[in-house]
Design a protein around this ligand. Structure first.
Ligand code: AAL
Length: 406
C-alpha cells in the first residue's frame, strides 16, 4: 500500500515536472516523452536511478538509449590463464600462437596454430632474409588432446607456398570449419618480401580428414580492398594519399561460419594510413559471404560491421551470431550479438579480458547459454616479444556482487 502510494506520488511529480517543460511530454500516465528520447517510462527512471527527468545528464541520455531488456545474460568474467602440458607447454625459441577453435574428432580435441622459430628483427633490417614478426615465416601445425590440457603435437598441416606464390613467406592465424564431413582451414598469407606496406591476404585449404592431407586454394579467397593510395615510395604505412576502405591494407584473422545456408567469413581489416583514435588503434571487422565453403566470397556492403576489435571470435547463438570484441577501439571488451550476422549490438561489457586470439571450444553446446562456448578454451600469451605459447582460459557467469558475509 505504502509502495503503491509512493509510486503514485512519484508519477504525479514526474507528470508535474514534465508539464513544466516544453521539451518533455507525458505520453501516458507512466510514460514521458522528450524531443530527444521519445519515451521514458517510470520503470526506466527507476532502473537508471534518474533524479529528475528535466535534468538529464549526457550519461543519462546515453543510458536511456540502451535496450530496456538489457539484463546480465551475457556478462562473464575471465579467470587467469593456465599453462598447457605436453608438447604445447612453453618452449624457448619456438613461437606457437593464434590457436584455431578446437573441434572434437575421434574422441580427441584438435587445434591448429601458427608455428615458427627464432628471434625477429622488425622492419629495421634486411626484410628479405630476416624475420620481421613472430608470425613471420610461420607454417600451420596441429596438435591433439584427450582432455584439453595435455597436448600432443601431431606435425605440419599446411606449409608455406613455393617461392613466387602468394603464400611463400608466411601462413598463419588459422581457423577450422567442419562442414558436411569435410574440413576447411582458412588462414592469413604473406608473399615475400615482408615489408611494412605488404598486403596480407587470406588462403584456404581443405581435406577429408582432420589429419590431412590438405589441398590449398591456388589463389587467395579474400584480398584487401584496392582503393587506398600510398603516398610516396618510402615503406611508411601511415603515409597515404587516400586511406581506402577499412580493409585496404590487410585482411586478417579469418573465421568461416556456416550460417543461413551460406558461409560467412568474418575477418579483421587493417586500413592503409591507420590512425590512433580515442579508442586506440583503428581496427574493424568485416564479413564476406559465399554460397560454397571454397567461395567466391563477396564482401558485405555493410562492412565494416564493427567499429572495434582485433582477433575474430564469433559463434552462432539463437539464430544470430555473437562476437567477443577485444583489444582495439572504443567498444573493446564487449560481447556483441547480431540477429542477422551483420548488425551487431553490445550485449555486455567484460572487465579485464585475459584471453587473446581465442581458440573457441566448438564442441560446447553454444545454444545452452549465450556465453556457454566461452567457459573454457585456448588463448595465446606473450612469454616475450620473440616467443609466444598457447595456454588455456576459463570464464564464468557473474550474476551478483556481494560483500564477504553479506
Ligand atoms: C594476431 C592477429 C594476426 C596478426 C598477428 C598475427 O593476433 O591479429 O595474426 O597478423 O596478430
Amino acid at each position: 500500500m505504502v509502495l503503491k502510494m509512493k509510486i503514485f506520488l512519484q508519477l504525479c511529480l514526474v507528470a508535474f515536472l514534465v508539464s513544466c517543460n516544453s521539451d518533455t511530454k507525458v505520453s501516458s500516465s507512466s510514460n514521458v516523452e522528450t524531443s530527444e528520447s521519445p519515451e521514458i517510462s517510470q520503470e526506466q527512471i527507476d532502473h537508471l536511478g534518474i533524479t529528475d527527468v528535466n535534468y538529464l545528464s549526457a550519461a543519462s541520455k546515453r543510458a536511456l538509449k540502451w535496450p530496456t531488456d538489457l539484463g546480465n545474460d551475457w556478462f562473464i568474467e575471465f579467470d587467469n590463464l593456465k599453462p598447457l602440458k605436453g608438447d604445447l607447454a612453453y618452449e624457448e625459441g619456438v613461437v606457437r600462437r593464434d590457436p584455431s577453435a578446437m573441434i572434437k574428432e575421434n574422441g580427441k580435441y584438435y587445434v591448429w596454430y601458427s608455428k615458427s622459430t627464432g628471434v625477429c628483427q622488425g622492419f629495421g633490417g634486411d626484410v628479405e632474409n630476416e624475420k620481421v614478426f613472430p608470425w613471420d615465416r610461420c607454417d600451420i601445425w596441429y596438435a591433439t588432446s584427450e582432455d584439453g590440457e595435455t597436448w600432443k603435437e601431431e606435425g605440419l598441416a599446411v606449409g608455406r607456398g613455393e617461392k613466387g606464390e602468394y603464400d611463400d613467406r608466411s601462413v598463419f592465424t588459422v581457423e577450422i570449419m567442419k562442414y558436411d564431413d569435410k574440413y576447411y582451414l582458412c588462414y592469413q598469407t604473406v608473399k615475400s618480401p615482408y615489408t611494412v606496406r605488404v598486403k596480407n591476404q587470406i588462403g584456404l585449404a581443405w581435406s577429408n580428414s582432420p589429419d590431412g592431407p590438405w589441398i590449398k586454394s591456388k589463389e587467395p579467397i579474400l584480398k584487401p580492398a584496392d582503393n587506398g593510395i600510398w603516398k610516396g615510395d618510402k615503406q611508411d604505412r601511415f603515409a597515404v594519399e587516400k586511406k581506402g576502405d577499412f580493409d585496404s591494407h590487410k585482411v586478417h584473422d579469418p573465421c568461416i561460419i556456416p550460417y543461413k545456408g551460406k558461409f560467412y567469413l568474418y575477418y579483421k581489416g587493417e586500413q592503409m594510413g591507420e590512425k590512433i583514435t580515442f579508442g586506440g588503434r583503428q581496427i574493424r571487422h568485416g564479413v564476406a559471404i559465399a554460397d560454397k565453403p571454397e567461395g567466391p566470397y563477396v564482401k558485405s556492403k555493410y562492412n565494416p560491421i564493427s567499429n572495434s576489435g582485433h582477433e575474430i571470435c564469433v559463434w552462432p547463438y539463437n539464430g544470430g551470431i555473437a562476437a567477443l570484441i577485444t583489444t582495439d577501439g572504443p567498444e573493446k571488451n564487449t560481447i556483441q550479438w547480431a540477429p542477422d550476422g551483420i548488425n551487431f549490438e553490445i550485449m555486455s561489457v567484460i572487465p579485464g579480458v585475459t584471453a587473446h586470439a581465442i581458440g573457441l571450444n566448438r564442441d560446447a553446446d553454444n545454444e545452452k547459454d549465450p556465453t556457454e562456448i566461452l567457459r573454457w578454451g585456448l588463448s595465446h600469451v606473450y612469454n616475450s616479444w620473440n616467443y609466444q605459447s598457447i595456454m588455456s582460459y576459463t570464464s564464468k557467469r557473474k550474476v551478483e556482487h556481494r560483500a564477504k558475509g553479506e
